[in-house]
Structure formats: C-alpha cells, structure tokens
Design a protein around this ligand. Structure first.
Ligand SMILES: [Zn+2]
Ligand SMILES: [Zn+2]
Length: 210
C-alpha cells in the first residue's frame, strides 16, 4: 500500500467520518509545518496578508498550537495591513483562509482516492467496518464515483442512516414519562453520531458529555 492508502485505512479505522478525520490530521500537520518553517518567510507572510489571515476555526487551531513569538509575528503583520474599514463591499468578504483552501484541496484528493479504491472488495470490507462518511463528504465522494461504487455507497449509507433513525426514535420514546424507567442501550449518544453524520461535526471538538 502507498502512503495515501495507508492514511485512508487508518482514517477508516479511527474516524466517525474517515475524510473529516483525515482532513483534521492534515490541517494539524500543515499548521505545524507552517509555524515551524514559514512564519519567517516573507513570501508566506505576504500571502497571509493578502488573504487577511485565517477563518475563526483555523485561527483557533493556530492559536492552540503556535508559540507566542509566532502568534505575535502573525498578528502584528495582519493588524498592520488589514484595513479596519473595508474600502469596498466586495473586499469586505475577502478573507481567504489558506488552511480552508488547503483542506478543500486535500479532501478532494482523498475523496477521489476513496471512490477509486471502493471498486475493490477489500476496501468495501474496510469501509463496512468503519463509521462511514458524513453527509458533506459522502456527497463529495459520490460526485467522483463511477456507477457501481455510487450505488454501493448509497446502499451502505442508507443502512447506517436507518439504524441511526431507529436509535433516535428510541431516545425520543424514552423521554416519554411512561418509558423513562427503561434502561438505555445502543441508542446512547445516537444524537451525537447523527450530528456527526449530518454535518461532519468533528468528534474532538465536541465535549464528551454531549
Ligand atoms: Zn466528513
Ligand atoms: Zn479556514
């Protein structure tokens, strides 16, 4: 197996959505590289200024991993170059987060690889044993899948959705005072799994108790 395939196999084993899991790992790696190697690179700093920095999600990741000097260099650079009042309506929406752009690029590549690998019976078995994909990533893989893989994926995820719905209905039923005494089973945390499935909410960003 080549490196991207090994990474995908690991993602299927560990993620609630393999592509969310992989994208998160890739972003963390990019942030670390960027902070170790690029923070003093004038060209990179110029690109960051032109893009007006990061989106809030990625700014949070940078803030949690960078050292104080890197954060100060990045922030001072941006404060000195971003206009407080945007000169035009069009430029008000010009925050182009380079980590969002990199993530989109990485994820499309992973989606194409997964769509191609799912022609193989072994990879279908690996996928079946995983938690599958969130809806946004599922649609992305479906868009680049051939007929056979497309139909197989839809069937596989339909089965998962039906199971989730059964669990959610059980949670709702057990909130009825007549059934509140019944013990909880595999429906526990199905609301969390459903939100991950629907929206690609990344597991590490949700407090455990939810
Ligand atoms: Zn996902
Ligand atoms: Zn971003």
């Amino acid at each position: 197996m080549h490196l991207p395939e090994i990474a995908l196999e690991e993602a299927l084993q560990n993620g609630q959505c393999a592509l969310c899991w992989l994208a998160h790992r890739q972003v963390l790696r990019r942030v670390d590289t960027l902070l170790n190697e690029h923070v003093t690179d004038p060209q990179w700093r110029q690109a960051l200024r032109e893009g007006h920095g990061f989106c809030a999600h990625h700014a949070h990741i940078v803030l949690s991993r960078a050292n104080v000097l890197s954060l100060a260099l990045i922030a001072e650079d941006l404060l000195s170059s971003i206009p407080i009042a945007s000169p035009s309506k069009r430029s008000a929406a010009t925050c182009r987060c380079q980590l969002c752009e990199a993530r989109a690029h990485d994820t499309l590549r992973s989606a194409k690889l997964l769509a191609q690998l799912l022609n193989d019976e072994q990879w279908r078995t690996r996928y079946e044993a995983s938690e599958g994909l969130c809806l946004p990533h599922l649609r992305q893989v479906l868009q680049v899948s051939t007929g056979g893989v497309h139909a197989w994926l839809v069937a596989s995820e339909t089965h998962r959705w039906n199971t989730l719905r059964r669990h959610l209905q059980e949670v709702i039923r057990k909130h009825d005072y007549r059934f509140q005494h019944e013990p909880w089973g595999e429906e526990t945390s199905s609301w969390r799994r459903a939100f991950q499935k629907l929206f690609g909410v990344f597991a590490e960003e949700v407090p455990d108790e939810r």
